[in-house]
Ligand binder design. Sequence first.
Ligand code: NAD
Length: 453
Amino acid sequence: MSTDLLASLSHNPLVKQLGLPEVPSLRRHRPGDPLLGGPVLVAAVGEGRFATAVTAFVEEQEQTAHTEVGEDKLYAAVVDLTGATTLADLAAAQEILTPAVKKLGPSGRLLLIGAEPAQAAEVSAEAAAVAQSLDGLVRSIGKELRFGATANLLVAAADVTPAAIDSSVRFLLSARSAYVDGQVVHVGAPVGTPADPPEVDAPDAEERPLDGRVAVVTGAARGIGAAIADTLARDGATIVAVDVPAAGQGLADTANRTGGTALQLDITADDAADRLLAHLVERHGGVDLVVHNAGITRDKLLANMTPDRWNSVLAVNLGAQLTINEALLAEGSPLRDGGRVVCVSSQSGIAGNRGQTNYAASKAGVIGMVHALAPRFAERGATINAVAPGFIETEMTAKMPLATREGGRRVNSLKQGGLPVDVAEAIGWFGRAESGGLNGQVVRVCGQSMLGA
Ligand code: NAD
């Protein structure tokens, strides 16, 4: 990984004098740290459905839940707008948010909870407009907040209970979501009830939310995949690390580090799905979480694109995921009830990127696949979602020319690249048994990049 020089100079007065962007240092999750970094404002406009449960959660975490903004600095502000149906309600929200953002500390969290606009439309056009307005509101707040603070919106369907948004509230308020900013996440009725759900009150439930779950990670020998394996193992999962035979040493290292098993497998091979599923049955008796992370780039302008470059990228990044997902959906597959599939897409698939027609097509295709398969996985009591990383500090991005790399790092609200662990934390959130309300979602881990937003 290359060093972010500007980040290392963030306290140097010269940075300000030269008008260079200040790069905040982001609070990230470390085992044993408290989930919340300080007092939280919990407010509601109208008949908010979640404020009471969020207040109870904050107090459970031994932090003060304020109902109004006072003199204290705030770690986070949660504003429940599920009951906001009129422009007067929206004005009331502004009166809460304006003083609240002034009190947010470094790496603070702003979380709005809103109603589904399509459901609000059954109340009135004004209610639907207000629900949709939160989208523009939260994205603008994200662009205004400083010092590593983030703003995100949870959109809760009418039949969603506080328990169904709990894992999302925990993630979006915690340091695990350091590089998730300006995102709108829809929560529906939960899918899949695992036979043996983790005890939420167990003392280490928050530290090891994936205890007892078996997780496959493709492309686990290095880079983001290795970080995903490490992070899921840290959170309690048993890892099945998959990579090509040529990556044997890195693969063995990941399996050893995480105490999991290694499977040398080219995911584009004709028998790849059969071999993967056989390994899962023989060595682990089933699977709870499948992370489709393996991916390649073969960049060329379309004018110079060869079928070989096109086909190899589409085969690894999309074709293999389609095939393995069909095998997971087939009757008798080892995917357990409460199963979670998480696909790694990319900002390139959303914004497009010069020289990456093959890669961007494959990564946009992943999003189309996730949307199409969400109802089918739901029928099996499982979910499928995607993360779309933006600029992440890896060997791949370290090889970029300096100007391109600097551009990629700075064109986001947090003024820096993300780390592989940031992608991994988002995958862990989708992977939790309690995250059954998230299905067919695409969450960008991009620090609210301006590209494609
Ligand atoms: P990387 O090249 O460092 O690692 C990819 C891994 O996938 C390698 O270990 C490779 O051996 C493995 N792999 C490739 N083809 C395979 C195959 N046929 N079968 C099994 N394994 C195979 O890449 P990375 O930067 O860690 O990226 C991981 C994922 O994140 C990819 O899907 C990538 O497209 C995506 N992504 C990365 C960035 C970034 O900034 N690095 C941004 C957006 C998306």
